[in-house]
Design a protein around this ligand. Sequence first.
Ligand SMILES: Nc1ncnc2c1ncn2[C@@H]1O[C@H](COP(=O)(O)OP(=O)(O)O)[C@@H](O)[C@H]1O
Ligand SMILES: [Mg+2]
Length: 254
Amino acid sequence: MARGSPTDKDCEMTVALALRNVSKSFGAIRIAGGIELDIRENEAVGILGPNGAGKTTILGLITGTLGLDAGRIEFYGRDLQRLSTEQRCRLGIARAYQVPQPFGDMTVFENLMVGACFGAGQTMAAAQVRCLDILEACGLSSLANAHAGGLTLLNRKRLELARALATKPKILLLDEIAGGLTQHEYDELVALIRKANASGVTIVWIEHVLHALLSVVSRALVLYQGQFIADGDPRDVIRDPKVAEVYMGIETDA
Ligand SMILES: Nc1ncnc2c1ncn2[C@@H]1O[C@H](COP(=O)(O)OP(=O)(O)O)[C@@H](O)[C@H]1O
Ligand SMILES: [Mg+2]
C-alpha cells in the first residue's frame, strides 16, 4: 500500500471526539487536569466516577455550556472552542440532562420540533415526519399534545432522550438517565440507546446504574481528581483495585 493511504484499520478508527490536554477547575476543585481522550466513531463509552468528580462538568465542556481553562476539544477534527452550544448541536452533538430540561410550556411534540428544526436545521415538513417517528419509538405518541411540564419522571426522561434524538445526533451525551426509574422503566430507555448506537450514533453515557450501563457500553472510563484513572473493558475496569478504592457506593448488582 502506498505510504499515507488509509488502511482499513485507520478507517475503523475515525475519532469522533477528542479531548486534548483539557483542564478545568472550579476554585480549588480540579475537574480536569490535562485530560487526553479519544472517542471513536460509533463507540459506546461509559463514564463512571464518584459524585462530584466532574462527570457532568465534562459534558458541559463538550457541549459548550462551560468554558475550558486550557486545552482543546475537537469533533471530527474540528476545534469546538469558538462554537456556541447551538452550533455544536448542529454539528451533531446532543445531550440529555441528568435532570430533564423540557420546555415546560410547550407540548411534547413541540419540544421535539425545537430539536429537529433548530438543533438539526430541518425544514418544518421534514421535522414533523422525523418527530412523529421518534415519538412512536420513544413511547410518547399518546402524549404528543400533552404539556411537557406536567409529565411523570419516566415520560420526562423519555422526552429528554427523544428531543436529543430529534437533533439528528452523531454523538449522544447521556447523563444518569436511569436514575430514579425502576428496572422495567429504564430497560426501555436502554433499548432506545442501543438502537441509536446500532444506527451509528456514538454514545457517551454517565451512569451509576451499572447493569444498565454494561448492557450498552464496550468501554468504561473512571474520572477521579481530574484524570481518567481507568479506561478499558467495562468488566475489567470495575474490578480494577484503583477503581474500587476511589469509587465506593456504586450499585454492584450487575
Ligand atoms: N458551575 C459551577 N460552579 C462551581 N462549581 C461547580 C459548578 N458546577 C459543578 N461544580 C462543582 O464541581 C464539582 C463537580 O461537579 P459535577 O460535574 O456535577 O460532578 P459529577 O457529575 O461527577 O457528580 C462539584 O464539586 C460541584 O459542586
Ligand atoms: Mg453529575
